[in-house]
Design a protein around this ligand. Structure first.
Ligand code: ADP
Ligand code: MG
Length: 367
């Protein structure tokens, strides 16, 4: 089922009455989440991800705007009546209940016409347990499970009601690195198998990029860009998005366009069409550098880090905004680590220009 967010805004009144500063947690968010897709809601802490999710779930009421599930306006519907499954970072399982009892619990609470027979409840709980692969743990208590297993129980508990929409708020934050990787793949598999429209909130760009059909990047309550992960990475709308996506992060330089020539410091690195003279920020992805003895970008070599397939070359440049310039080069390229200078030519499609004031992207064509 598709979810339509229409001019969704949430303003929290000031906690401090004297300061009278309200917080615009979510500002005019409009987006149609396509049916059956997994959407990654991504941004730094405090940017409004959870608030957006809580509005979709009904736990928070929007200050203005509307939410539709399919064609139904659910804006003033209570959480219980929205048909959603929720999983939080702190997956509070009932400690005195077994895994099976925990999963059954949401079904046992159904009343009136929604009430299910005992057989149906057991069938559903087994199906949910099968999906998250915890069938053999059904008789254990939460304290007898690992963090990853507990989180799977929490996901099973969200799935057992056969929700129309699955909402996950930083569900992997409490897991160690290996489990985080494994569980995120699991969530993706379950989502593909059930085809439930899913919103996955995270501050971890790699996590969002790896499992989402589309990502929404937010900053200070405002949506910055929406698109397929690769598209957003390859064509960021502004400097914030460019910096937020990618490890190692994008290299940022102060630069200037003069008569169709792009300069980084003294180095004339590219020729471009149709860009008026101006000062810019130049973003270069770590994979956007090519080692080139005659290349136009001159950096002072600091260090070469071997990473197996690739090497990471750490250098400095007087126009770099970041303390160091980091390039990723195929390990087959030989670089004399004793040298003082390293010279690069640039892959133009890995180079982005941004307005110095607005930090919006400036598109260019290479001459
Ligand atoms: P995120 O999940 O991206 O970290 P949140 O949605 O939790 O961000 O918060 C967005 C902004 O709204 C933050 O500035 C936060 O302090 C504020 N905020 C969130 N919940 C409340 C609340 N109940 N009352 C007041 N301010 C809140
Ligand atoms: Mg949050």
């Amino acid at each position: 089922m598709k979810i339509v967010l229409e001019n969704l805004t949430k303003i929290f009144p000031s906690r401090d009455k004297k300061a009278d500063k309200e917080v615009v947690a979510v500002n005019d968010f409009s987006f149609t989440i396509p049916d059956g897709k997994l959407i990654g809601l991504l941004g730094p802490s405090g940017c409004g991800k959870s608030t957006t999710l809580y509005m979709i779930s009904g736990l928070q009421k929007p200050t203005s705007g509307k939410i539709y599930f399919g064609d139904d306006d659910v804006t003033s519907l209570s959480t219980e009546n929205r048909g959603i499954g929720l999983v939080f970072q702190n997956y509070a399982l009932y400690p005195h209940m077994t895994v099976k009892q925990n999963i059954l619990f949401p079904l046992q609470n159904l009343k009136g016409k929604d009430k299910l027979s005992k057989e149906t409840m057991l069938e559903r709980s087994h199906e949910a347990a099968r999906l998250v692969q915890i069938e053999e743990l059904m008789d254990r208590k939460p304290s007898e499970l690992s963090g990853g297993q507990q989180q799977r129980v929490a996901i099973a508990r969200a799935l057992v009601k056969m929700p129309r929409v699955l909402l996950l708020d930083e569900p992997l934050s409490n897991l160690d690195a290996r489990l985080r990787l494994q569980t995120r793949e699991e969530i993706r598999r379950i989502q593909k198998e059930t085809k439930i429209t899913t919103v996955f909130v995270t501050h971890d760009q790699e996590e969002a990029m790896s499992i989402s059909d589309m990502i929404v990047v937010m900053k200070l309550g405002v949506v910055q860009q929406i698109g397929k992960p690769q598209e957003v990475y390859d064509s960021p709308a502004n400097l914030f998005v460019a910096k937020f996506l990618g490890t190692p992060p994008i290299n940022v330089f102060e630069g200037e366009v003069v008569g169709g020539k792009l300069f980084i410091g003294q180095d004339h690195v590219l020729d471009m069409k149709k860009v008026p003279d101006q000062k810019v920020y130049v973003g270069i992805r770590p994979e956007g550098f090519t080692l080139d003895k005659k290349g136009p970008l001159h950096c002072q070599l600091s260090n070469v880090e071997v990473m197996g397939r690739d090497v990471s070359i750490v250098s400095t440049h007087e126009a770099s905004v970041n303390p160091v310039v980091r390039s990723i080069i195929n390990a087959d390229n030989k670089l004399d680590a004793a040298k003082e200078t390293v010279r690069y030519s640039l892959k133009a499609h890995k180079v982005f220009l941004f307005n110095r004031e607005t930090e919006e992207r400036i598109h260019f064509e290479v001459k």
